[in-house]
Design a binder for this molecule. Structure first.
Ligand SMILES: C[S@@+](CC[C@H](N)C(=O)[O-])C[C@H]1O[C@@H](n2cnc3c(N)ncnc32)[C@H](O)[C@@H]1O
Length: 353
């Protein structure tokens, strides 16, 4: 039986790791701190803040950004408690943080690098966030940061050369209507399952904070920097097939379980799910932009995020060669990158109905 490998980050804290190369994802969390604080201050009921408060991060990776995400939430909860009760949260509240990711995520690096001096107890929650991973009513505020663009599998037909849905590209570029519809259907179904699961696990009135990268309405993935880099990855794999480093058949049947949704699509999926109200949908624009426009940094940061998945299909040698070529292509096409349409970075605040 062929199984789809899980999409995990490159683990450890070495030179190729997500740990070392996730500063663009971190920049969003830094930029959104104030808005996260405002959301918790305005939308979380004080009644939910009592002696034990649980925060859960879904798709936490091996760190370190997860530590910032949960700290932003804990700081906001403490602020609210201090302001509204006049009491000291340090004396009255114990925090628990539940770190979720796929079973093959590098939880060892995560736990070995937990911030010293933290004010919370920690637990790992392995398993796919598309299903239940926690008991009912087990956390008060959840966060998903840069992990809200996954599907549980590539849509049916996409990797089959004989199917009318066969996707020559390794991702949903947005230019093929039928492929885009197949990806959107898969993403909608998976995201509804994810929201159903979180709705059961959250306490009533609890919040989910979704941060990540998407598309502005009407913009196609391959018109943005992230889409262009994915196109370079596909082109690099094709070059490697021509050089005999990987098999052409493998490249033809390779597609990624990712879908970067448009704002309107995200709103509709959440509305149709019906388990949450959208309390805020913020477009987070910050000085660092979605990506640093530097070919080397782009190649290294996409390698940290996508390299493990590519390695599982093509082997580590081909993966490294592919990203060397990605850097070359990004240099060659740099003016195209500079003129890319803007992507969208968001903070969505959901409250469980
Ligand atoms: C780009 S990383 C984001 C990590 C971190 N939240 C951050 O902001 O830097 C995406 C994470 O989502 C995780 N992930 C992807 N699919 C998942 C699933 N079905 N269940 C749990 N985690 C998943 C990956 O393993 C990866 O660690």
């Amino acid at each position: 039986m062929v199984t789809t490998p899980q999409w995990i980050m490159i683990g450890g804290d070495g030179p190729e790791s997500y740990y070392q190369h996730s500063s663009n994802q971190r920049a969003l969390l830094e930029a959104a701190k104030e808005k996260m604080n405002e959301a918790i201050s305005a939308k979380l009921s004080l009644n939910l803040i009592s002696d034990r408060f649980s925060v859960a991060d879904f798709g936490c990776a091996s760190g370190p950004n997860t530590f910032l995400a949960v700290q932003n939430i804990i700081d906001a909860v403490e602020d609210k408690y201090r302001k509204e009760t006049g009491q000291n949260p340090l004396e009255n509240i114990e925090f628990q943080v539940l770190f979720n990711d796929s079973t093959t995520n590098d939880f060892n690096t995560l736990f070995q690098t937990l911030p010293p001096g933290r004010r919370y107890y920690s637990a790992g929650v392995p398993g796919s966030f598309f299903g239940r991973v926690l008991p009912k009513h087990s956390f008060h505020v959840g966060v998903i940061s840069y992990a809200f663009h996954f599907t549980s599998k590539t849509p049916k037909g996409i990797t089959d050369r004989d199917s009318p849905l066969w996707n020559r590209d390794m991702h949903c570029t947005g230019f093929n209507e039928a492929v885009k519809r197949a990806y959107l259907n898969q993403y909608s179904a998976d995201t509804k399952n994810l929201l159903d699961a979180r709705a059961e696990e959250l306490v009533p009135g609890g919040l989910m904070l979704l941060l990540g990268s998407g598309l502005r309405d009407g913009v196609k993935m391959s018109e943005t920097v992230k889409g262009m880099v994915m196109d370079f990855m596909g082109a690099s794999l094709s070059d490697l097939a021509q050089q005999g480093v990987v098999e052409q058949d493998k490249v033809d049947s390779f597609s990624t379980p990712l879908y970067f949704a448009e704002e309107g699509e995200l709103r509709q999926i959440i509305k149709e799910n019906g388990k949450f109200t959208i309390e805020a949908f913020e477009d987070i624009i910050h000085p660092y932009g979605e990506f640093p426009l530097d070919p080397k940094i782009l190649a290294v940061s996409f390698r940290a995020s996508c390299g493990a998945f590519l390695s599982a299909h093509f082997g580590a040698y081909a993966m490294r060669k592919a990203f060397e070529l990605v850097e070359v292509k990004a240099r060659e096409e740099f003016s195209k990158i500079q003129n890319a349409k803007p992507g969208m970075q968001y903070l969505i605040v959901l409250r469980k109905i």
